[in-house]
Design a protein around this ligand. Structure first.
Ligand SMILES: *[C@@H]1O[C@H](CO)[C@@H](O)[C@H](O)[C@H]1NC(C)=O
Ligand SMILES: *[C@@H]1O[C@H](CO)[C@@H](O)[C@H](O)[C@H]1NC(C)=O
Length: 493
């Protein structure tokens, strides 16, 4: 039987052993709260809460819970403040025409701490001593970042997640970060969070989907060309991501903004649906749906898929929907993902509400919420979730982007919103002139905002943010921060 199922089953038995159950949840809550706040709590507390002679099912659950908590604690720890790693999205030109791709960035925030550590370093494994650092930098401000000259290197996924489902729980890619004076006071690693919803299920499953804080990707499919004419991996104005859908899921992304196009010239109906960036065909849809299917089949995670724009082939000249094309897409999605699909007629909770709880979706084994941007199609297919509002600043200025989002997130959700969720589009949009004159690139644009997105989510957006969709998500820390916020919100229920 699954561990989570046992946990649910146990909850019914609380009466029999109330003290044990309560003590355990208390310690787990304190420890997790401590992890969330970046504070530290002596882990020596933990063993005393486990009765040594208790070998029942319950005690094995306790040990597993605590192990998971302490594993998490061990990956990230700090006496005060936080350190974290990100990946620099633009390439860096070095001497002699060399190019540095995916440079690691060291980030810190010690605001509010009585002591700001003097140095920060990059490590190849768990930091134990400064002597093992690959690079050390002086810290002269309460918050900031440095771009290192070390590349993340070949993208790989730990814990056997590279090719299929792997080990549960957060796991580290190779880079670690630490800060401190003589002693190391804070450390963290670049993580994957493949099962974060399940890892925190006991705390967060009572939240409604509109109450979550979730990391999403904008133009999720635009990560590498896969067409007859192009296989280039990097393009200035088209590719918004550099990780596959599978890798995005493994990293902890749970919301995908898909832009779908239809090309009649393919003989095979399945081959006609593509993910686009505006008018540019980037990848065929079907293999991406299958990656999502594999992930849903092998985890307990909930995924939000948003068909948000249909740039080619879905509408007639006069703007009316081409029903055959829409229906073909709906058939394809149902055929590939149908068993996981949460029917909006069953799980929807009405306008102006925050939607179903995670628990109800998980209990019913319906862990895919599919929203669709066309009202007429939703009206005819009311199993679809209604248009998910995008808070989109439509500006190429980072200052305007944040002014807009600060306001838009604060007033969301709208009181009578049909969708329980909303997505903040945390990226700037290049103008036609930017593209014509090759001013910047989507990578530069992402770099100009991603660090501020991390900081905003932890501060001004903390209460109201739901989905935060970004470009080149490894350039921000939205996955870890949003998990912490979700746990924090659950703690207030
Ligand atoms: C976290 O840091 C505190 C204080 O620096 C230390 O006592 C504790 O053992 C650390 N925990 C882990 C799991 O490394
Ligand atoms: C981003 O954050 C930095 C550092 O706090 C700040 O100086 C800058 O003005 C911010 N940019 C925007 C557009 O808010």
């Amino acid at each position: 039987m699954q561990w989570r199922k046992n946990a649910e089953y146990d909850r019914g038995l609380v009466v029999r052993e109330p003290r044990c159950e309560m003590a355990v949840s208390w310690y787990a809550v304190v420890l997790l709260a401590a992890t969330v706040l970046g504070a530290s709590i002596a882990l020596s507390m933990v063993p005393y809460s486990v009765p040594p002679s208790d070998t029942t099912l319950k005690s094995s659950r306790i040990i597993r819970t605590l192990k998971r908590v302490s594993e998490k604690q061990a990956l990230e720890n700090s006496t005060c403040g936080r350190v974290w790693l990100t990946v620099h999205s633009p390439e860096i030109r070095q001497n002699a025409g060399r190019r540095l791709l995916d440079a690691l960035e060291l980030n810190w925030d010690f605001n509010g701490c009585s002591n700001v550590p003097r140095q920060i370093g990059l490590f190849e494994s768990r930091p134990s001593s400064w002597a093992n650092a690959l690079e050390i930098h002086q810290v002269n401000s309460a918050d900031g970042f440095v771009v290192t000259e070390v590349s993340l290197g070949e993208a790989t996924l730990p814990g056997a997640w590279l090719t299929g489902p792997g080990q549960k729980g957060p796991q580290c890619l190779w880079p670690w970060i630490a800060a401190g004076d003589n002693e190391i006071q804070a450390h963290n690693c670049l993580k994957i969070q493949p099962t974060w919803m399940e890892d925190h299920a006991n705390q967060i499953n009572r939240l409604r989907i509109g109450e979550l804080a979730l990391a999403g990707t904008h133009n999720a499919g635009a990560w590498r060309f896969n067409t007859e004419i192009s296989t280039v991996a990097r393009d200035s104005f088209v590719l918004c991501q550099d990780r596959s859908i599978w890798a995005q899921l493994v990293h902890g992304i749970r919301y995908f903004d898909f832009r779908i196009a239809y090309y009649e010239f393919y003989t095979n109906e399945d081959d006609r649906y593509w993910l686009n960036h505006n008018l540019i065909r980037v990848r065929p849809l079907l293999p991406l749906l299958r990656e999502i299917r594999t992930f849903l089949d092998s985890t307990k995670e909930v995924i939000f898929l948003d068909a948000h724009h249909f740039p080619v082939g879905f509408y007639q000249q006069d703007g009316t929907p081409n029903r055959a094309v829409h229906n073909g897409l709906l058939d394809l999605v149902r055929r590939e993902l149908g068993p996981h699909m949460a029917d909006a007629r069953v799980f929807g909770t009405g306008a102006g509400t925050r939607g179903p709880t995670l628990q109800s979706l998980i209990d019913a084994e319906k862990r895919l919420v599919f929203s669709y941007v066309d009202n007429a199609i939703v009206a005819d297919n009311n199993w679809l979730w209604p248009v998910l509002p995008h808070l989109w600043a439509n500006t190429n200025s980072p200052v305007e982007l944040f002014q807009y989002l600060d306001q838009a997130i604060t007033v969301s959700p709208q009181p009578h919103a049909r969708s329980p969720m909303h997505s903040a589009m945390a990226q700037t949009t290049p103008t036609v002139l930017d593209i014509l004159f090759l001013r910047g690139s989507l990578r530069d644009n992402a770099d100009a905002v991603n660090r501020n997105v991390t900081a905003r989510l932890a501060s001004r957006w903390r209460q109201h943010a739901n989905i935060i969709s970004s470009d080149f998500f490894l350039g921000n820390d939205v996955v870890d921060v949003s998990i912490a916020l979700t746990v924090e919100r659950a703690g207030r229920l």
